[in-house]
Design a protein around this ligand. Structure first.
Ligand code: F6R
Length: 642
């Protein structure tokens, strides 16, 4: 069943432990930027695990590895590079095992080398683990183990955990107890999967701060850090809670706390299908996700928008309605693209709800000891729901007494479960590392929230109805832009060789200019800067020359004439002007070298439409430059380190 909002989820699970909101003291920041897959069942494990890793590769792609439990011991293959390289190396023909684990890594401790790649084994070579997270006391444990004569072959904290488990096994002669002893000793975070040649019928997984999901198939279990590796096998899953572990045998799966108290792992049904994590005929996930936006935007509004009443139904906020109604201030938190969504949301919320809004980089928020009171409502915006900086900022806001909400995509993610209430954006899985559909769905959710709050305060039914109607037609306008993508492609070809790029907008279009610049930077590696258009003359205009394109977002709104003046200023310095303009604006053709037209809508919603050509432009320029669009260098999808 597709969950409608946070609170329906909480209702659905009743008194289960698995999706209950977590208290902040339990939240730990980990590293899910890597992917984990484990398998136990009747099928050949190696191929199944490597295929699962391919699904998770967007989470990290600097090295990969797999271990299977063969009749004559562990088979370990690992290497620097992408999963495809691992796939080439694995000797599938020689492997029979039906138990194993694999990993795809985004390096934090230790460079991406063969030695640092997971799995890591203990000193006996009989126990192997893959690990997401950070072991904070690894140095102390390592020196203790070294004194006892244990050796280490990598620079990773994860190997320390493997060796520690091995050390406990020598004494306890029981894998589960050895894992439990080691996990109780370490400080820090883990998503862990472990196998051993000591017992060919046991897969152990554990979680503290780094997600683990267990898929329950017919006589088989697939454990992973992300459901994308599971969905093609089964939709029935258990989400491990923090400080929980699962002992999985072919005959059954037991969940318990790390302290060995049995827990009730509640089974959930995944609410998407395998098609949504495949490219479906598109050259890249990013392009597919750009094209999904008419649907994803509609999904964000489904069942929520009441055009005639000029209002919005947000079931996920019901329990905190009074808190929101009486909020003196809203604080929006996010990182990267989500922060840009927050900036765009600020315009909508202040305009419609007339409540003061502050938008904060989650990564900076807690370090300046923010002044927060119980009258504040703090809203975390996050696609993954796992971003460490955003979680840490939320924790700070909660400590200081604010009501905390989430605008989140991934159902059941840590942020979704940690907030008092929230609005799911229902964008579906986003695989492309550069966020596209999640951004527009975040804007949809924030527009709904602005309308909802506006109607609680001074917005009339008539005004509400006009805005709701304009929102209703956004998906078809997005479709119109996509149907004319070819013109963006030819503009992209013209400017693909530029070394520098400016993205400029005013008012509500400034955040979208920032987002356009970020998309281009991320996937084409062009140095791109976003600015409020009027700021150019205060410094950055010094960078303008005849090789530097300046893209202006210039819809016919109240700042139109002023933006035209800014265009003239750049033109006068020889800058090459690209304009994103409203349909029917012929004047702009006299000023701009290239024009991309977008349909007109209400000025506060125009940024949503302006986003689409910016995504397409970044995409086509990256393709033109031959970069790896879906896996750009140095990046990973979900940033769960601070
Ligand atoms: C850029 C991008 C990142 C994320 C940021 C926050 O394309 O995807 O800037 O927006 O890392 O991630 P979430 O939204 O998962 O919290």
């Amino acid at each position: 069943m597709r969950s409608k909002d946070f609170f329906q989820i909480i209702k659905k699970i009743g008194n289960s432990t698995s999706l209950r909101p977590i208290k902040f003291k339990n939240i730990l920041i980990g590293r899910a930027m890597c992917g984990i897959v484990g398998y136990i069942g009747a099928k050949s494990a190696a191929g199944l695990i490597v295929n699962g890793l391919k699904r998770l590769e967007y989470r990290g792609y600097d090295s990969a590895g797999v271990v299977t439990v063969e009749d004559d011991g562990l088979y370990v293959e690992k290497c620097e590079g992408k999963v495809a390289e691992l796939d080439r190396r694995v000797k599938y023909g020689e492997l029979r095992a039906t138990l194993g684990v694999g990993h795809t890594r985004w390096a934090t401790h230790g460079a991406p080398t063969d030695a640092n790649a997971h799995p890591h084994t203990d000193n006996s070579g009989a126990i192997a683990i893959v690990h997401n997270g950070i072991i904070e006391n690894h140095a102390a444990i390592k020196s203790k183990l070294s004194e006892k004569g244990y050796i280490f072959r990598s620079e990773t904290d994860s190997e320390v955990l493997a060796v520690l488990i091995g050390c406990h096994y020598e004494r306890l002669r029981n894998l589960e107890e050895a894992a439990r002893a080691a996990l109780s000793e370490i400080e820090g975070t883990f998503g862990l999967a472990m196998v051993s040649s000591h017992d060919r019928d046991i897969l152990i997984v554990a979680r503290r701060g780094s997600p683990i999901v267990i898929g329950m198939g017919e006589g088989e279990y697939i454990a992973a850090s992300d459901a994308s590796a599971i969905i093609q096998h089964t939709r029935q899953v258990i989400y491990l809670e923090d400080n929980e572990m699962a002992v999985i045998r072919r005959g059954g799966c037991l969940t318990k706390t790390i302290q060995n108290v049995a827990t009730k792992g509640k089974i959930h049904e995944l609410d998407y299908d395998v098609e949504s994590i495949e490219k479906g005929g598109f050259a890249h996930f990013m392009l597919k996700e750009i094209y999904e936006q008419p649907t994803s935007f509609r999904d964000a509004m489904r069942g929520r928008l009441m055009v005639e009443d000029g209002n919005v139904k947000l079931g996920g906020l019901r329990l905190v309605e009074d808190k929101i109604r009486n909020a003196k201030r809203l604080i929006l938190l996010g990182c990267g693209t989500a922060w840009h969504a927050g900036l765009a949301g600020e315009y909508m919320l202040e305009r419609l709800a007339k409540i003061p809004v502050e938008v904060e980089y989650a990564s900076e928020f807690r370090y300046r000891n923010p002044i927060i009171s119980a009258d504040d409502v703090v809203i975390a915006i996050s696609q993954s729901g796992e971003t460490a900086d955003t979680l840490a900022a939320l924790r700070e806001a909660k400590l200081k007494g604010a009501t905390i909400l989430g605008v989140v995509n991934v159902v059941g993610s840590t942020i979704a479960r940690s907030t008092d209430a929230g609005v799911y954006i229902h964008a579906g899985p986003e695989i492309g590392v550069a966020s596209t559909k999640a951004f527009t769905s975040q804007l949809a959710a924030l527009a709904l929230l602005a309308l909802y709050l506006g109607r609680m305060h001074s917005l009339s039914q008539l005004e509400g109805s006009m805005i709701a109607e304009a929102l209703r037609t956004i998906p078809e306008k997005i479709q119109f832009i996509l149907d004319h993508a070819e013109s963006v492609r030819s503009i992209a070809q013209e400017y693909a060789k530029a070394d520098n790029f400016f993205f400029l907008g005013r008012g509500a279009n400034f955040p979208v200019a920032l987002e356009g610049a970020l998309k281009l930077k991320e996937i084409s590696y062009i140095n791109a800067q976003g600015y409020p258009a009027a700021e150019m003359k205060h410094g950055p205009i010094a960078l303008i020359d005849d090789k530097t394109p300046a893209l202006f977002i210039v819809p016919k709104d109240e700042l139109y004439e002023k933006t035209l003046s800014n265009i003239e200023e750049v033109r006068a310095r020889g800058g090459r002007i690209i304009a994103i303009a409203g349909e029917g604006d012929t004047h702009i053709q006299k000023l701009a070298e290239s024009v991309i037209y977008i349909p007109n809508t209400l000025p506060i919603l125009q940024p949503i439409l302006a986003t689409i050509p910016l995504q397409l432009l970044a995409y086509y320029i990256a393709v033109e430059r031959g970069t790896n669009v879906d896996m750009p260098r140095n990046l990973a999808k979900s940033v769960t380190v601070e």
